[in-house]
Design a protein around this ligand. Structure first.
Ligand SMILES: NC(=O)c1ccc[n+]([C@@H]2O[C@H](COP(=O)([O-])OP(=O)(O)OC[C@H]3O[C@@H](n4cnc5c(N)ncnc54)[C@H](O)[C@@H]3O)[C@@H](O)[C@H]2O)c1
Length: 251
């Protein structure tokens, strides 16, 4: 089955209740897709808040609780989504965390926590959805990497390693499932105006803006539109690619 209207498509967006994921969930729901937000308990209320902004498309937004760093929880959530909505067409691996310290000060726990959520999480989710996508002979997977995975960043060895690893995962899965009409791509945002960025010291934000040729932070909606492009039925020949959306910071 190739061309279906968006109204018949089902998307899973991890961490899709706020920030970049929230903008992706909102855009896909407004365009007509059914959207399953997979998130932590705290994301349930955030999804309700997002729903308040959706007006007519609010009934298409659903919340499923699950920690992407736990394979059992990923599998259970995916089973629930398939049972309720019948299929999964799009997986956006967006959930991510930071635990910043220089390598000398970074604890092993901080290293492992970030690798577990930002790299093992996408692997677990991909593993959980692939049988469904292969059976459908259709799927679009978009992994939210980062400019930090391409160029490194002071104090973010764990995050940079996870986001660089995600690019390797993207390319390998793309190779493995190309024959099943499933595409797998990565999006690498620069500094985007979200809660994650707001947690940074203001000097670090100023520094990031000064290093960005566009001289501003990106907006979550600007990342969402790129994801929307990549999940389109017409994007079937794009796979294993990494798309920058970084204001020219890293070229
Ligand atoms: N904001 C930026 O500047 C920027 C830049 C490049 C890449 N990114 C990446 O984009 C993605 C979204 O970032 P954001 O700025 O919107 O972050 P955010 O903190 O605003 O949102 C992240 C969401 O993921 C959820 N989440 C965290 N851990 C989870 C887990 N274990 N299981 C399920 N859900 C979990 C959070 O509860 C939250 O809803 C992340 O992967 C981040 O690394 C962000």
């Amino acid at each position: 089955m190739s061309s279906l209207p968006l109204e018949k498509r089902v998307a899973v967006v991890t961490g899709g209740s706020r920030g970049i994921g929230g903008a992706i969930s909102r855009l896909l729901a407004e365009d007509g897709a059914t959207v399953a937000v997979l998130g932590l308990p705290i994301d349930r209320e955030r999804t309700e808040t997002l729903r308040l902004h959706l007006n007519g498309s609010a009934p298409r937004l659903h919340f499923y609780e699950g920690d992407v760093g736990d394979f059992g929880e990923c599998r259970r959530a995916v089973e629930g989504i398939v049972a309720e909505h019948g299929r999964i067409d799009y997986l956006v691996n967006n959930a991510g965390i930071t635990r910043d310290h220089t390598v000398r000060k970074m604890t092993v726990d901080e290293w492992q926590a970030v690798l577990q959520v930002n790299l093992s999480g996408p692997f677990f989710m991909i593993k959980a959805v692939l049988d469904t996508m292969v059976a459908q002979q259709f799927g679009r997977i978009v992994n939210i990497s980062s400019v930090v995975g391409q160029g490194g960043n002071f104090g973010q060895a764990n995050y940079a390693a996870a986001k660089a690893g995600l690019i390797g995962l993207t390319k390998t899965v793309a190779l493995e499932v190309a024959k099943n009409r499933i595409t797998v791509n990565a999006v690498a945002p620069g500094f985007i105006d979200t809660e994650m960025t707001k947690a940074m010291p203001s000097e670090a934000i100023e520094m990031a803006i000064s290093q960005t040729p566009k001289r501003r932070l990106g907006q979550p909606e600007e990342v969402a539109h790129l994801v929307r492009f990549l999940i389109d039925d017409n994007a079937g020949y794009i796979t294993g690619a990494v798309y920058n959306v970084n204001g020219g910071w890293y070229m």
